[in-house]
Design a protein around this ligand. Structure first.
Ligand code: HEC
Ligand code: HEC
Length: 354
């Protein structure tokens, strides 16, 4: 016979053991759930939808330039593991080719460009195609893929198109680092807002098609000294990174890339090239920027299977130069302009849907 007092004790011990076990199980289940759902990129609920219009920007006056976005200072990068990841991400954005280029130390996945060649100052320069609004506007419904894209997917897009390669695995430390850095750059922009001065400057449309012949003259006079007459740029002495990146040919961005759209190229160049200029002290006129864009984007470059892009063709950006379209304008006009009447077509379409 068991002493009833012992029996009580035993029951008490067993009950506490069971409670403890339950606690452990619940904790384990929560951890598993967190690992599956919680740590994933982009679980935020509000989705921002992209428009297909290109509204021109006006250079802000002196007082307005005060509200232009300013990147956080590197001294704000936190200490510890998160900070280490962000710093590594910045390094990868600045010197991508040393890690992923044809002679890369991590893998050989890309054409040799650095993210920073197009996202200037590691994606922090005002109207230098910076990352200011990424944290605030992704995940985003994008017309090109017809999908809700998070930051990982958007980075992969640039690997596949601008870097004409393949993206590193989304579980890799490198992908996590670049995403952590890009999100850190935009950390002070409120969710849903597009910061003024982020991304690429939209320059005014011309009332004629952009002219590659005049663009060649601009190129020879203002670009060839660095990017070379043959557009192939110049490698550094070690041969592992570009001093001047190529603008066309097999080592350049492919036909699915953002810069292949004339408005992106022209806006990027107007506010940033020749190297050293800025949006408020540009060197090219709007005409020169559009024409040099037309010249560079009629040169040979790698292709890409674009058949899955723009599943809803009414969402196509007006300067995407590959049909079919819902509008009646030919591919050549989508490539070189004039764009005003194409833009009006979509403005009307939007109104008729309201
Ligand atoms: C050849 C030029 C080029 C290179 C190199 C490049 N990108 Fe991009 N990237 C672009 C263009 C153009 C856009 C689209 C900008 C627009 O439409 O306003 C873009 C957009 C992005 C965006 C979305 C920005 C936004 O506000 O929506 C992210 C994020 C991005 N790139 C990351 C990267 C990363 C990371 C790399 C390097 C692995 C990289 N890019 C390399 C040209 C480039
Ligand atoms: C003084 C040298 C210099 C001149 C002149 C110059 N660039 Fe650049 N360009 C650069 C450098 C350097 C980069 C990369 C910037 C970086 O990594 O910080 C670059 C990047 C670019 C890029 C994005 C990267 C790529 O390879 O696609 C484009 C497009 C571009 N330049 C176009 C032009 C055009 C068009 C002109 C003439 C109007 C021009 N540049 C004049 C030095 C120059």
């Amino acid at each position: 016979m068991i002493d009833p007092r012992d029996e009580k004790k035993l029951i008490k011990t067993i009950t506490s053991l069971i409670t403890l076990l339950m606690l452990v199980i619940v904790t384990l289940i929560s951890i598993v759930f967190w690992m599956i759902f919680g740590s994933k990129d982009d679980t935020l609920p509000e989705i921002i939808e992209e428009e297909n219009d290109i509204v021109e920007n006006v250079i802000p006056s002196m007082d307005e330039s005060n509200d232009l976005w300013v990147a956080p200072s590197v001294s704000e990068i936190p200490e510890g593991r998160e900070g280490e990841l962000i710093r590594y991400g910045k390094e990868l954005v600045a010197n991508t080719t040393e890690y992923f280029g044809p002679k890369g130390s991590v893998a050989h996945l890309s054409n040799g460009l650095n993210c920073q060649n197009c996202h200037l100052d590691a994606g922090t320069k005002v109207w230098g195609n910076n990352y200011g609004s990424v944290a605030a506007t992704y995940p985003k419904m994008r017309g090109r893929s017809g999908q809700v894209e998070g930051v990982f997917k958007r980075i992969s897009d640039c690997f596949e198109r601008s870097l004409n390669g393949t993206a590193p695995d989304s579980n890799s430390r490198e992908m996590k680092a670049m995403a952590a850095y890009i999100k850190w750059v935009g950390k002070d922009v409120a969710k849903g807002n597009k910061a003024k001065g982020s991304g690429i400057f939209n320059i005014a449309f011309l009332d004629r098609p952009a002219d590659p012949k005049h663009g060649k003259e601009v190129y020879e006079a203002k670009c060839a000294v660095c990017h070379q007459s043959d557009g192939q740029g110049q490698l550094n002495d070690k041969g592992n990174n570009y001093t001047y990146p190529p603008l066309w040919g097999r080592w350049s961005y492919n036909k699915g890339a953002g810069l292949y759209r004339l408005s992106r190229f022209a806006g990027y160049v107007k506010a940033n090239m020749p190297l050293g200029v800025s949006y408020n002290a540009p060197q090219l006129t709007d005409e020169e920027a559009w024409d040099v864009a037309a010249y560079v984007n009629t040169k040979e470059r790698p292709g890409l299977d674009l058949s899955k892009d723009w599943p809803d063709i009414s969402k196509k950006k007006i300067d995407h130069p590959f049909g079919p379209y819902v509008d009646p304008f030919p591919e050549s006009q989508h490539k070189f302009g004039p764009f005003t009447e194409i833009q009006s077509f979509y403005d009307e379409l939007k109104k008729s849907k309201l």
